[in-house]
Design a protein around this ligand. Structure first.
Ligand code: NAD
Length: 454
C-alpha cells in the first residue's frame, strides 16, 4: 500500500496528470476498458447476484458512458480560469480562481451497484487531474476481482490502481495519508472513514444511505404512481440507496394504492428466469430482511428461498413507525405502506428521523408538493417519479446529515476532486498609500469613506 501511494504521489508531483490531454486520454482509456470488456463485466455481475446484461447496461454502464462523455465534453470549460469581480479596495487588480486537482485520492465503493459506484467517482477524479486508489466492495467478489484485473491491464498503477479487500485491508488503507477520500457505503462505516480522515485532515465526500420516504397524497395519479414506484423499488431487488424505503399514503387511498402496487408487481413478472430480478447479495442480508417480513403485516409477496437467495417483491400493509421494518434502512425488496391522516403530522414524524438520501412526492396538488419539498431535509428526490433524478448529471447527487456530506456527478463531481485557488493579481504601475504605515487620522477618514463606496 505504502509503495503504491508513494509511487502515485511521485507521479502526481511530476505534474503529468494536470495536462488536459492526459486527462482526456485516461477518460478514453476508461471508456475503452468498459466497452471492450462488456461481456466479462456482464458475466461477473451475473455471477455475483444475477444482475442481467440488460440491467447491468441500464443501471451501471450506461450511466458511466454518459458521465465519461460529459466529462470529456466539458473538460476545457471546467478547468478554465474563472474570473470574478474585484472590490474597490484592491483597485487596480484582477481576481480569478484556478482549479487544481487535490492529489492522491482514495475511492471506496459499495456493493449494490459495484461498477457504477466505483467508476463514477473515478470519472470525476480523472477529469479533475488526480491519481486514484480504488477499493471496491469485497461482497461481490467476481466484480471486485474483475475490476482489479481490468484496471491493472489498462492503467499504470502510479496513476490508477485497485486494492481489493475487506475490513482489515480498508482499515490499513485508511491509516495512509490521502488528499481526498470519496466513500460510498453505510452511515456506520461513513463515520469510521470520517474519523480516519480527520487524523490527516483529509477532505471527504461521504455518499451514504438512509430511509427515503415516499409520499402519496390523496390527489396522486394512482396508476402512474404505482408503476413508477414499483419499478424504482424493485430495481436491483430493492438494493438501491435511493429506492423508496417506505410509503406514506393518505389513508383514504391506501387500499387503491395497494391494489395498484400489487397489479404492477404481477405485471412485471419479477423472476430470475426472466432475467429481471436479482438475488439478495448474501445470507446475512437474507436473514436481516427476513426479520422485517412480519407475517401479519404482509399484504402481498412474502416468499423466501434461502438456497437461491430469493425474496419475492413484498408489500407490507398498515405499518407503523414502531414496526421492525422501520428501524433501519431496508435495502431489499420490501415496501412498507404507512397510512396517514394529517400531512402535517406525517411530515413532522419524518423530521424526527435522520435526514434521508432521497424523498419522493406523488401528487397532482401543487400546494402539498411544495409543502413536502420545503419542510423535509433530504439529499435529492423527485416529484411523481423515483430514483430517476440520479440519471441527470446536471443535478448534483449526494446526501445531507446522516445520508451524506458533499455531492457528485457532472460538474459537482469535478468540484468534489478539485481545489479552487483564489488569486488576486495586481499590476505595479499604481499604488495608493492608505494602508501603509505610518497610520494617520486623515488616512482613517479616507479608508472609512472608501468602505462606504464598496
Ligand atoms: P458498507 O458501509 O458496509 O461498505 C462500504 C465500503 O466500506 C466497502 O468498500 C467496505 O469494504 C468498507 N467497509 C465495510 N466495513 C468497514 C469497516 N468496519 N472499516 C472500514 N471499511 C469498511 O456499505 P455497503 O453494504 O457496501 O453498502 C450499503 C450502504 O451503502 C447502504 O447504506 C446504502 O444506502 C449505501 N449506499 C449509498 C449510495 C450513495 O450514493 N449515497 C450508493 C450505494 C449505497
Amino acid at each position: 500500500m505504502q509503495t503504491i501511494i508513494s509511487l502515485q504521489r511521485a507521479f502526481y508531483n511530476s505534474q503529468a496528470t494536470k495536462k488536459i490531454a492526459f486527462r482526456r486520454e485516461q477518460l478514453e482509456t476508461l471508456e475503452r476498458m468498459l466497452t471492450e470488456n462488456e461481456a466479462a463485466l456482464d458475466d461477473a455481475i451475473y455471477k455475483d447476484f444475477k444482475k442481467s446484461a440488460f440491467e447491468n447496461y441500464v443501471s451501471e454502464l450506461a450511466l458511466l458512458y454518459h458521465d465519461i462523455k460529459q466529462a470529456k465534453r466539458n473538460l476545457k470549460r471546467w478547468t478554465r480560469k474563472k474570473k470574478v469581480s474585484t472590490n474597490l479596495m484592491n483597485f487596480p487588480a484582477s481576481s480569478y480562481m484556478l482549479s487544481e486537482p487535490l492529489g492522491v485520492c482514495l475511492v471506496m465503493g459499495a456493493w449494490n451497484y459495484p461498477y457504477q459506484l466505483s467508476f463514477a467517482p473515478i470519472v470525476a477524479a480523472i477529469a479533475a487531474g488526480n491519481t486514484i486508489v480504488l477499493k471496491p466492495s469485497e461482497l461481490p467478489a467476481n466484480t471486485s476481482s474483475l475490476m482489479a484485473k481490468l484496471v491493472a491491464d489498462y492503467f499504470r498503477p502510479e496513476f490508477f490502481t485497485v486494492i481489493e479487500g475487506g475490513i482489515p485491508e480498508t482499515t490499513a488503507l485508511l491509516k495512509q495519508k490521502f488528499d481526498k477520500i470519496f466513500f460510498t457505503g453505510s452511515t456506520k462505516v461513513g463515520k469510521i472513514v470520517y474519523k480516519a480522515a480527520a487524523e490527516n485532515l483529509t477532505p471527504v465526500t461521504l455518499e451514504m444511505g438512509g430511509k427515503s420516504p415516499t409520499f402519496v397524497t390523496e390527489e396522486a395519479n394512482i396508476k402512474m404512481t404505482a408503476k413508477r414506484m414499483v419499478w424504482a423499488k424493485f430495481l436491483n431487488a430493492g438494493q438501491t440507496c435511493i429506492a423508496p424505503d417506505y410509503v406514506l399514503v393518505h389513508a383514504s387511498i391506501q387500499e387503491k394504492l395497494l391494489e395498484a402496487l400489487k397489479a404492477e408487481i404481477i405485471e412485471a413478472h419479477y423472476a430470475f428466469e426472466n432475467n429481471n430480478y436479482l438475488q439478495i447479495i448474501n445470507e446475512d442480508h437474507m436473514e436481516r430482511l427476513q426479520k422485517m417480513m412480519v407475517p401479519k403485516k404482509i399484504y402481498f409477496g412474502g416468499e423466501i428461498h434461502k438456497e437461491t437467495r430469493y425474496i419475492q417483491p413484498t408489500i407490507l400493509k398498515d405499518v407503523t413507525f414502531n414496526d421492525v421494518v422501520m428501524e433501519e434502512e431496508i435495502f431489499g425488496p420490501i415496501l412498507p405502506v404507512i397510512p396517514y391522516v394529517s400531512l402535517e403530522e406525517a411530515i413532522e414524524k419524518v423530521n424526527t428521523l435522520p435526514k434521508p438520501l432521497a424523498c419522493y412526492v406523488f401528487t397532482e396538488n401543487k400546494k402539498q408538493k411544495s409543502q413536502i419539498l420545503k419542510s423535509i431535509s433530504f439529499g435529492g428526490g423527485a416529484v411523481n417519479d423515483a430514483v430517476m433524478h440520479i440519471t441527470n448529471p446536471n443535478l448534483p447527487f449526494g446526501g445531507v446529515g446522516d445520508s451524506g456530506i458533499g455531492s457528485y456527478h457532472g460538474k459537482a463531481g469535478f468540484d468534489a476532486f478539485t481545489h479552487y485557488k483564489s488569486v488576486l493579481e495586481k499590476p505595479t504601475w499604481l499604488e495608493f498609500p492608505l494602508k501603509y504605515y505610518p497610520y494617520s487620522a486623515s488616512k482613517l477618514k479616507w479608508l472609512k469613506r472608501l468602505m462606504k463606496l464598496q
